[in-house]
Ligand binder design. Structure first.
Ligand SMILES: Nc1ncnc2c1ncn2[C@@H]1O[C@H](COP(=O)(O)OP(=O)(O)OP(=O)(O)O)[C@@H](O)[C@H]1O
Length: 310
């Protein structure tokens, strides 16, 4: 299947010489949720800006829906939606008018039923006649999403959709994003919240200093780089590792009062192996008083990759 978006050699050097994007190659598949993860200043907003026409790239090409963005700009842009980080809309406008206006911007014919559907799906219908400035922060964010969806884009960018919102609202946003995907919209979101990528994304791209460090299926990433770590507290301290568990990735810690297991691959294999270790201990007559197991998260993986990037 043809990719929905293809960046090739995309580069952006800001006046002053800062290279915010450095030869970025990235292919987005139709229908996926792709999370672009990176620290502050990594280049996420610049990348989105380059695709949405807010930032003029310094080099490279962008193809969307098989169209070259430069030569087929209007046609391609009309199929892209952007939920920006911040509200850049007339706060005195009513919700309904702001959203209808956004639809008109892309030359899509008016459709009251469609606007109503969008507002209802975002629980904004009963606020439709209110001025945007009178809404709560969470509702303002939903207005931004409604505006981005108003022209029915096939590809939607969400720049930090849940930055600074409370946990409940964040979960609500995730549900909305899921609904959009179910309708066939391809979604690229940037986030600082690893949990968000872990929860939502099909694939994850890690960007740092304008370079894409890695792109992978989220599950494959977890399996490849994930680990299980377990601590088994022993009833009696031991001077050396018992032979019964010598074949496992285990070592003594805390002056021989505890065993540390490190292994597995992020697919739950580690947990099963920890169970094997405890069985072997029991068979050897070695008593233990507690077990603590932890699966490494996407966050651990992210931090270690960024560490390698120096
Ligand atoms: N208009 C501009 N002129 C000069 N430098 C800029 C401009 N916009 C962004 N930059 C710089 O480009 C780099 C990338 O910024 P960008 O906003 O794309 O990062 P980001 O990953 O979105 O960060 P954040 O997570 O903080 O939003 C940063 O060093 C930033 O200071």
């Amino acid at each position: 299947m043809e990719p929905i978006l293809e960046l090739s050699g995309l580069t952006k050097v800001y006046p002053g010489g800062l290279k915010a994007l450095d030869n970025v190659d990235l292919t987005i598949r139709r229908g996926e949720i792709f999370a672009l993860l990176g620290p502050n200043g990594a280049g996420k907003t610049t990348l989105i800006g380059a695709v949405c026409g807010l930032v003029r790239s310094s080099g490279g090409t962008i193809r969307a829906f098989g169209l070259d963005l430069e030569s087929d700009w209007r046609k391609a842009r009309a199929r892209i939606g952007l939920v920006p980080q911040e509200m850049a809309t007339d706060m005195f406008e009513t919700v309904y008018r702001a959203v209808s206006y956004s639809r008109g911007l892309f030359g899509v014919s008016p459709d009251k039923a469609r606007i109503e559907e969008i507002l209802r799906s975002l629980a904004l219908w009963d606020k439709k006649d209110e001025q945007i400035r009178a809404l709560s922060g969470g509702m303002k964010r939903r207005v931004l999403i409604a505006k981005a969806l108003a022209h029915e884009p096939d590809l939607l960018f969400l720049d930090e959709p849940t930055a600074g919102v409370d946990v409940e609202l964040r979960k609500g946003m995730w549900a909305i994003i899921d609904q959009m995907r179910a309708r066939g919209v391809t979604i690229i979101l940037t986030t600082h919240y690893i949990e968000e990528a872990e929860e939502m994304a099909d694939r994850v791209g890690i960007i740092s200093k304008g370079r894409i460090l890695m792109v992978d299926e989220k599950d494959a990433l977890m399996a490849r780089l994930g680990r299980t770590e377990a601590h088994i507290a022993l009833a009696e301290p031991m001077a050396e590792l018992p032979a019964a568990i010598a074949g496992f990735p285990v070592e003594l810690e805390e002056g021989g009062t505890s065993l540390r297991y490190r292994g597995g691959d992020g697919t739950g294999k580690g947990k099963a192996e920890v169970a094997e270790v405890t069985k072997a201990l029991t068979r050897a007559g070695i008593d233990y008083t507690g077990i603590e197991t932890r699966e490494s998260s996407l966050e651990d993986i992210f931090v270690s990759l960024l560490g390698e990037d120096g």
